[in-house]
Design a protein around this ligand. Structure first.
Ligand SMILES: Nc1ncnc2c1ncn2[C@@H]1O[C@H](COP(=O)(O)OP(=O)(O)O)[C@@H](O)[C@H]1O
Ligand SMILES: [Mg+2]
Length: 198
């Protein structure tokens, strides 16, 4: 491989060059759905499967991000919008670097998801709806949050006391309420691998 000048001009490395190096298209896989619908579980399983297949990727999980760059943001409509705006911007940078960014965040507002899609580019943005119903998520309640929301201990809880706008036209809708992770993952992996192919 030829070596460039020691101090190259700014912006001399293109996204295409980064992608060729990694052997994949930079992408954002955006998992949306209610709390407990399986976003984090799917994100981690997808990450494992992609890494095992040689695809560099990285998970941006809502709960993790809220403890770090988005510490200080709450669950008001304005804070949720800002949370998603920042997650979208970080995901965009990761995709620009050639990675497959896997976002798992409730992202309840269609307009916020739409904005992220527009910033990232529709051809690099895969919206995946983890479509378990409120009833299924409530029955599962992996973090005990529905019980707390029902008891009035949590305000602005999505699906109980705050809205969730169902995506009209996701790249994939997975019935994570009725189907197992083992059933859902191959479908998700196949959609992502096709989109990531150079
Ligand atoms: N098809 C599925 N996909 C993902 N998770 C599932 C599925 N079926 C059952 N689960 C279970 O549902 C729960 C989802 O929790 P989690 O991934 O933390 O949800 P979220 O991140 O959306 O809040 C986990 O306990 C997981 O094992
Ligand atoms: Mg989660």
């Amino acid at each position: 491989m030829s070596q460039g000048p020691l101090i190259p001009p700014p912006e001399s490395v293109s996204q295409a060059e980064r992608e060729a190096l990694l052997g994949q298209r930079g992408l954002v896989v955006w998992l949306t759905g209610l709390s407990g619908s399986g976003k984090s579980t799917l994100a981690r399983a997808l990450e494992r499967a992609l890494i095992d297949r040689g695809h560099p990727c990285f998970v941006l999980d809502g709960d993790v991000v809220r403890g770090g760059i988005n510490a200080g943001l709450g669950f008001s409509p304005a804070d949720r919008t800002e949370n998603i705006r920042r997650v979208g911007e970080v995901a965009r940078l990761l995709a620009e670097s050639g990675l497959i960014a896997i976002v798992s965040a409730i992202s309840p507002y269609a307009a916020d998801r739409q904005r992220a899609r527009a910033r990232i580019g529709a051809e690099r943005f895969l919206l995946i709806h983890a479509a378990a119903s409120v009833e299924a998520c409530q029955a599962r309640d992996p973090k005990g949050l529905y019980a707390r929301a029902q008891a009035g201990e949590l305000e602005n809880f999505t699906g109980v006391s705050a809205p969730y706008e169902v995506p009209a036209d996701p790249a994939l809708r997975l019935d994570t309420g009725a189907r197992s992770l083992e059933e859902c993952l191959p479908e998700l992996l196949s959609v992502v691998e096709s989109a990531a192919a150079l």
